[in-house]
Design a protein around this ligand. Structure first.
Ligand code: ADP
Length: 617
């Protein structure tokens, strides 16, 4: 029996059913009244002939069935009556025709009741199918209950679907795909492995930042191997009452074993797989669930054909017991895509929309450096929406470029009016960054500078695009970056002799970099190669926790301040030496609101020095 996926919808179902049931029964009842046969005497029959109230009559060898003009059906016995036909003829009744004798009322009711039950089953099945379709992102997803135990579950099974995910749909992530290919091969031909005595890993853990395609990869493994796919989120196991989560785990494995070969996919496994520790606030339910999962994983043989894939973006918080060989012993990193990966992902998603042929995906992928697969998919969709907004039928390059900015900095704020003074400050601030960057590297530091406010809160921003993906950063590069970050504030100080709140984000970033130099990258003489901080939650923004004595912390803070201060001074010096260019470019930006990298370099390299004497003019 299908599982009840949604309470509210089941209530609607019952309301509709009762209404249909009620109406049908009223109809049946009415029909009974009308079609009821009344047995009457022959005299009534004769009287009705005289009164000419008979519509139709059928005469058999033993009885007469006749229908009055009132719609009622009568029955009477056949008598010796010589000129019956003549009289009937005179009365205007049709006779000789067969009148259907109504069915036995009880039989009739039983039959109609059967139809009602049949109707109920059909409606129920249709509803379940629609609900199941809606409850998953796959049109062929069936949802069914987990039998037994208290844990009525939400284990879902994908039956073979027509438009399932394949490896080719997951762009980039070649290493992850390579590692998963073996699992696919095993699910295809388990005999090949069992013959030689090899046992395949029972589980593989997909580890990486959010939106990099972990769920997609797991679906693709099921799609490639053409096996059912059970998908459940770790948080669904965590229930209010102790023992319910564990029951769900039991149910899930029981069903999976019945459907083997198949794949179980547990998303966000950290919800149940967190380290069991001795902290006072124990979570019995979660621990029981985890224990059940561990014992289930131990409980089945490697060759039953059940492969467990799990995804997490917090691998460091997982219980070591979960990671030991025989459980999730394969760890598959699913990292943010590199440049090629980003181009491929954009291409995969661009296939779903109507796009101009001369779109340069490489430029877009370069601009969207650091974006995840999900963000890139979003960029393509935003571009399509923009094209529609602008009344075009085809997506163009500038739609994609604008949507990259939307994803990075939010939408343009059309009604945010900056005062002229503010606009000027923002212009100098942004050009300050760009100029400092340009003077340090002697190359185009930016692709675009704009002072159009965005919904992210940025009043303006400088878009930098690196030619290649960078994996390493030198000490000088980090210092240069801190100087560039300080460039905005330095410009404000130089020109307006006043500082604003606009630099808060720069300050945050500069501090983070300087701190990492001291505590994690071993880039100071004093601490040499000693780690003072460890990185936790690497895939979720990268928090750090200090691992040093309180006195050392004070020294670290001192050193961080020194680094930032020194680079701030350097930024001021650079701008002081190029103050005319600062005025020139800022004026241009102030007037045009957006300038490109080429325009920036043109002004920077031009020889005329038109000094703005009064910046507020
Ligand atoms: P995760 O499970 O890692 O958080 P998902 O697999 O749910 O991420 O991905 C979310 C969406 O992002 C997918 O539906 C897909 O549209 C897009 N996406 C992510 N990574 C890729 C990729 N490598 N190739 C194509 N699309 C991707």
């Amino acid at each position: 029996m299908p599982q009840q996926p949604d309470r509210k919808k089941t209530i609607y179902f019952w309301i509709i059913f009762l209404a249909v049931f009620g109406v049908m029964n009223v109809l049946i009842y009415n029909r009974f009244l009308k079609k009821q046969v009344s047995e009457v005497g022959y005299n009534v029959f004769m009287k009705m002939i005289d009164e000419k109230t008979i519509k139709e009559a059928a005469l058999s060898s033993t009885q007469i069935i006749f229908e009055g003009k009132d719609g009622v059906i009568y029955k009477t016995g056949l008598m010796e009556d010589a000129n019956l036909y003549e009289r009937l003829y005179k009365s205007g009744a049709t006779f000789g025709a067969e009148i259907e004798e109504p069915m036995n009322p009880i039989l009739y009711y039983l039959l109609t009741f059967g139809i009602q039950i049949l109707l109920l089953v059909i409606i129920w099945r249709l509803m379940m199918r629609r609900l199941a379709k809606r409850s998953g992102d796959d049109p062929d997803l069936l949802s069914f209950s987990m039998s037994g135990g208290r844990g009525r579950g939400t284990g879902r099974i994908y039956v073979k679907s027509k438009n399932d995910v394949r490896f080719k749909d997951v762009a980039g992530e070649e290493e992850a795909k390579d590692l998963l290919t073996e699992i696919v091969a095993y699910l295809h031909e388990p005999e090949k492995y069992t013959e030689i005595g090899a046992t395949l890993p029972k589980g593989a853990l997909l580890v990486g930042p959010p939106g990099t395609g972990k769920t997609m990869l797991a679906k693709a493994v099921a799609g490639e191997a053409d096996v059912p796919f059970f998908s459940i989120s770790g948080s669904e196991f965590v229930q209010m009452f102790v023992g319910m989560g564990a029951a769900k785990v039991r149910d899930l494995f029981k069903q999976a074993k019945e459907k083997a070969p198949c794949i179980i996919f547990i998303d966000e496994i950290d919800a149940i797989g967190k380290k069991r520790d001795n902290s006072l606030s124990t979570n019995d339910e979660r621990e029981q669930t985890l224990n059940q999962l561990l014992s289930e994983m131990d409980g089945f043989e490697g060759n039953t054909g059940v492969v467990i894939l799990a995804a997490t973006n917090r691998p460091d918080s997982l219980d070591p017991a979960l990671l030991r060989p025989g459980r999730f012993d394969r760890r598959i990193p699913v990292e943010l895509p590199d440049l090629k990966g980003r181009i491929d992902i954009l291409r995969v998603h661009a296939k779903k929309i109507r796009i101009s042929e001369n779109v340069d995906f490489e430029t877009i992928a370069k601009t969207a450096s650091g974006a995840s697969g999900a963000q890139l998919a979003n960029i393509v969709n935003e571009a399509a929406l923009r094209a529609v907004r602008e009344g075009r039928k085809v997506v163009q390059q500038d739609d994609l470029m604008e949507s990259v900015e939307v994803v990075i900095a939010g939408y343009q704020k059309k009604n945010k009016i900056l005062t002229n003074k503010e606009k000027l400050v923002v212009s100098y601030h942004e050009v300050g960054h760009a100029l400092v960057a340009a003077m340090q590297t002697q190359s185009a530091p930016v692709t675009k500078i704009t002072i159009i406010p965005r919904t992210s809160g940025a009043l303006g921003y400088t878009m930098q695009v690196d030619e290649d993906d960078r994996n390493l950063m030198t000490r000088t590069e980090i210092l240069n970056k801190v100087t560039t970050l300080a460039g905005g504030r330095a410009a404000e100080e130089l020109i307006f002799d006043e500082i604003t709140t606009g630099a808060s984000n720069d300050i945050e970033q500069a501090t983070k970099l300087a701190r990492a130099m001291v505590t994690r990258f071993g880039m100071t003489e004093e601490f040499d190669m000693v780690a003072m901080e460890v990185l936790t939650n690497q895939y979720l923004g990268g928090d750090t926790s200090l691992v040093c004595a309180p006195e050392t912390q004070t020294r670290i803070d001192r050193m961080v301040v020194d680094i930032v201060k020194k680079q701030h001074e350097k930024a001021k010096e650079i701008l002081q030496q190029n103050i005319q260019k600062l005025h020139e470019i800022a004026k241009h930006l102030y007037e045009n609101e957006t300038i490109t990298g080429e325009e920036f370099m043109e002004i920077l390299n031009s020889s005329e020095n038109t000094l703005l004497t009064n910046p507020e003019a």
